[in-house]
Design a protein around this ligand. Structure first.
Ligand code: THU
Length: 130
């Protein structure tokens, strides 16, 4: 957990968040021990910005990682408050991570709040609804 936290903190410097000045980093841990990082990447057309959680997951999937390979994700910012994944990220996490994957939300005091992925989006829309 400390390793994930440290790696996410280190990655905050790569956040491309010139419009919000709100740096976010996410660290995904795989079953094989590998850690994959994502940061938020913004755009002058604000709606096209991508959150750190989705950056990490899309990077992982681009490398061939799949749902069953993922153990947990840790999200961090420079804020005193706990970071909580946005609705769009919850939807993506619901599909791309196991239901029982751990989601660690951190604050800048080094505290960590952990929930199960499935608890972040009750009544989620999924492939079963198609
Ligand atoms: N953001 C994330 O990267 N993850 C979250 O969980 C919440 C919000 C980003 C999106 C945007 O670049 C900035 O934080 C402010 O909303």
């Amino acid at each position: 957990m400390n390793k994930l936290y440290d790696e996410a903190k280190k990655a905050l410097k790569n956040s491309y968040s010139k419009y919000s000045n709100f740096k976010v980093a996410a660290a995904l841990k795989l079953k094989n021990g590998e850690v994959i990082i994502g940061v938020n990447v913004e755009n002058a057309s604000f709606g096209l910005s991508n959150c750190a959680e989705r950056s990490a997951l899309f990077t992982a999937y681009s490398r061939g990682v799949r749902k069953e390979d993922i153990v947990e994700i840790l999200i961090t910012t420079e804020q005193d408050e706990f970071i909580s994944p946005c609705g769009a990220c919850r939807q993506v996490m619901n599909e791309l991570m196991p239901a029982d994957a751990l989601v660690h939300m951190t604050n800048n005091k080094g505290e960590i709040k952990t929930v199960l992925n499935k608890d972040l989006l009750p009544y989620a829309f999924s492939e079963d609804d198609l």
